[in-house]
Write a protein that binds this ligand. Structure first.
Ligand SMILES: *Cc1c(COP(=O)(O)O)cnc(C)c1O
Length: 489
């Protein structure tokens, strides 16, 4: 608007029409604390002319709201581009909604929740602007580049066009019943796990046996993603092994990776907890025959390419309603990992595609999470009624994993016991029960491999080619252009 009005000297209405028809707003989070608001005094000092233009946009916008909802001053205040409570702030998501002809979320559930939560008032104003565009990932990076062995095996069986037409992965479905193919499929996974184990040994000194079940959670560290729920399950297995010296369980390696935001104290404590539990587990001969924990430092897209192809299990365990989509979930599925997950983000659609029988589902649904919160959530009640959970919390609090230091995890434990904003304790029992089903399934390698093949075969929807095509067709209204490649000339 500033360029069109001030530099190109267009009149306001024409400039607005061009701006509005140019922009689409893709929302990427439902966490209200992650929606940006900018301090108005700061904005005024740095970008005074932009602020004038925002005031003019807001004035015209709120006139429209008043015409549509006469007398509804609270609605006007809720929709305004300026938050007037406390120090004035500019609501960037509102500015994006007002200035865009299309508004979308990045998974079906997320797009529905936008309409009933953070953008509810905008949906009531302009329902026709809203749509869903489920995210995707590129098969060129996350399959052919990251997993050449699996890609070659697939191409040998069904040809190479799946790389640009991922729906053709469906042709793998009948091969799930081919015992020789299953053997080759397992061989590829095994080789990928050996490569990752060698990388982890080099980076951390931790030895992982590539014949073990590789259970992997890699993503930014955040309370809503619940890496600490994963840790509570690991400590559960630790307790079972310590209490029952003769117990035999399928050996499992729990692999984590991910960065915390520099100022996010609790996320850094979660990293500390993972490493602390790992140090005790990995060095205790009572348990390290069945259990190892590794934290891969510096998770990034480079080492990610070693990690996703090596997973047997993909951990997608966010509190339902909090993960907009997730894309790691898609990378794992395309590479033949099975998912343990909640009905959150794109997990919902992954489960629909691969089939409920090939997906390990647990946990409260988004509706149930909302109801529990409405009715008053008391995490302490879960500890009182579950002696196993009580023992685990006590072990962490008493310094069992921190050389007797009772301070280092106090804030983490207190937060879980008193507030638990992401319902870790509410989902704990169901998560552990579901993990027990995972280890039962792992005992049958032929059936496991069938499920793995079907996960890849049915994950074609999660290509970014499909996602980008939907943006082109339904939002940007652009047609494909044929490009002459010069590489063969
Ligand atoms: C895919 C990817 C993510 C996103 O992971 P989620 O599990 O969807 O949160 C984050 N970091 C890297 C390096 C990735 O490759």
């Amino acid at each position: 608007m500033r360029i069109l009005v001030d530099e190109r000297l267009l009149d306001w209405n024409l400039a607005w029409s061009i701006t509005f028809r140019t922009f689409g707003y893709t929302n990427h989070t439902l966490l209200p604390e992650a929606l940006e608001t900018w301090s108005l005094p700061l904005f005024c000092e740095l970008l005074p002319r932009h602020l004038e233009i925002i005031y003019e946009i807001n004035s015209r916008f709120l006139d429209e709201v008043r015409r549509r909802f006469p007398g509804d001053d609270q609605r006007v205040a809720r929709l305004s581009l300026i938050d007037e409570a406390g120090e004035k702030r500019i609501r960037m998501a509102h500015l994006a909604c007002v200035g865009s002809h299309a508004i979308n979320g990045v998974a079906a559930l997320h797009s529905e929740l936008l309409k009933t939560s953070v953008l509810k008032d905008f949906y009531e104003l302009w329902p026709e602007r809203f749509s869903n565009k489920t995210n995707g990932v590129t098969p060129r990076r996350f399959m052919t580049l990251a997993n050449p062995k699996l890609s070659d095996l697939i191409t040998r069986k069904i040809g190479s066009s799946w790389v640009i037409q991922t729906d053709e992965l469906k042709k793998l479905e009948p091969l799930a019943e081919d015992a020789v193919f299953r053997q080759e499929w397992r061989g590829v996974k095994q080789a990928n796990k050996e490569k990752l184990a060698a990388y982890i040994r080099k980076q951390t000194g931790i030895e992982l046996d590539p014949t073990w079940l590789f259970d992997i959670q890699v993503k930014r560290i955040h309370e809503y993603k619940r890496q600490h729920l994963n840790v509570l399950h690991i400590i559960t297995l630790y307790c079972r092994l310590k209490h029952n010296p003769g117990l035999v369980i399928p050996p499992q390696a729990f692999i984590f990776g991910g960065k915390a935001a520099p100022g996010y104290f609790m996320a850094k404590r979660i990293i500390k907890l993972i490493n602390a539990v790992g140090e005790v587990v990995n060095n205790d001969p009572d348990v390290n025959r069945y259990l190892r924990v590794a934290f891969v430092p510096n998770f990034n897209v480079q080492n990610a390419q070693l990690i996703y192809p090596a997973a047997d299990m993909s951990e997608q365990i966010s509190t339902a309603g909090k993960e907009a989509s997730g894309t790691g979930n898609m990378k794992f599925t395309l590479n033949g990992a099975l998912t343990i997950g909640t009905l959150d983000g794109a997990n919902v659609e992954i489960r629909e595609e691969v089939g409920a029988e090939n997906f390990f589902l647990f946990g409260l649904t988004e509706d149930e999470v909302a109801r529990v919160k409405r009715e008053g959530y008391h995490p302490g009640a879960y500890i009182e009624k579950d002696p196993q959970l009580a023992e685990i919390i006590h072990l962490i609090a008493s310094g069992h994993f921190s050389h007797g230091d009772t301070e280092v995890f106090r804030s983490l434990v207190d937060n879980l016991c008193q507030h638990d904003p992401f319902l870790v304790l509410a989902d704990y029992a169901d998560y552990v029960a579901c993990q027990d089903k995972v280890t039962e399934a792992w005992k049958d390698p032929e059936q496991w491999t069938r499920m793995s093949i079907l996960n890849t075969a049915r994950a074609g929807k999660f290509s970014s080619d499909r996602a980008i095509r939907e943006y082109c067709d339904e939002i940007w209204k652009v047609r494909p252009v044929t490009v002459e490649l010069s590489i063969n000339k």
